[in-house]
Design a protein around this ligand. Sequence first.
Ligand code: FAD
Length: 368
Amino acid sequence: MKYDYLVVGAGPFGSIFAYEATKRGKRVLVIDKREHVGGNLYCKPIAGINVHWYGAHIFHTSNKSVWDYVNQFATFNHFTNAPLANYKGTLLNLPFNMNTFNRLWGVNTPEQAKQIIAEQRKNYGVSNPKNLEEQAINLVGLDIYEKLIKGYTEKQWGRPCTELPAFIIKRLPVRYTFDNNYFTDIYQGIPVGGYNVLFDKWLKDIDVTLNADYFENRTMYEGMAEKIIFTGMIDQYYDYEFGELEYRSLRFEHELLESDNYQGNAVINYTDRETEFTRIIEHKHFEFGQAPKTVITREYPQDYTKDVEPYYPINDALNNEIYEKYRQKAEKEAHVIFGGRLGQYRYFDMHHIIENVLKLVDTEFDNQ
Ligand code: FAD
């Protein structure tokens, strides 16, 4: 066989595996059905701006070894995610914090804000929440629920909050400081030059075939390598024999504008129900860009069908049960390893993916 490993999918899971295997002298072929590498981190250069083509990607982690690992391949800037919510024309800070409460209610101290939230929870809450709406009001009161949670959540899931189960929201962190930093991780940033810089390094001396769907030439690919690292959909790999796993999908509408600054922030969520999209991303702000034009992306949640991208696994009881059957079958495979968000049917942030693939590298090569 020509290769030791066939890696299906040139996202971060597949590309890091390919890099680490090649470093250890293995022969690797990477294939991807898209016309580019990078998976969902891919940045398309438009008018001098790195456009996050599959949605905003902000790298954050508290794991020092993951941070040190990625910093070998790129310089990360000091971008801090501080999104805003636009509720019917009023801009409010996220995650909800003292800046938000000051704007909503004119309060200046944590004690005043706590008092308002406590009163609203008492007035509108119920003792035994039966759905997401009741659960959210119980946690943060009516104002925050109506202005910042309700519309956004209904658009994301395509269903009214009264029809969504309460367990989706276990807790809603309320921050009683004037801190707009969305993440609490120690490390955060965007690679200078965009995420493609990482993939250029990871895949530099590796055979990569693009526009190549594994399922269109399965027998040929299987005959090319001793082992497969598979980061596509696990249910498709097994021809859906235990049933189809469900996902939520997204549609991105990208627009190049003549303006040099459209919204003054990288991420603005639209939290009303009437606006169809959930957020607008202005990509140049991820890298403090000075380009004369700007590119914005409107993000529309949509149902998943086989013609669109599967973005978010729906890990409810039924889907998890189906996945478990695939997982047990996959565990017995001697020549195939499933990894990444589609292979393991889980939402993973980028730092989780890096942790997971580096663990696999350790076991696969026994710390070579
Ligand atoms: P992917 O990046 O999806 O790569 C899988 C690759 O496999 C794709 O290129 C695909 O084309 C290819 N493939 C699939 N099937 C086949 C096949 N049959 N044949 C050939 N190729 C195939 N994480 C963060 O840490 N911070 C963020 O801010 C963040 N924002 C996100 C925003 C959105 C909208 C989404 C959807 C995710 C976000 N994530 C974020 C998560 C991040 O995208 C994932 O952690 C990461 O993409 C997972 O890497 P992966 O290699 O598993 O999968």
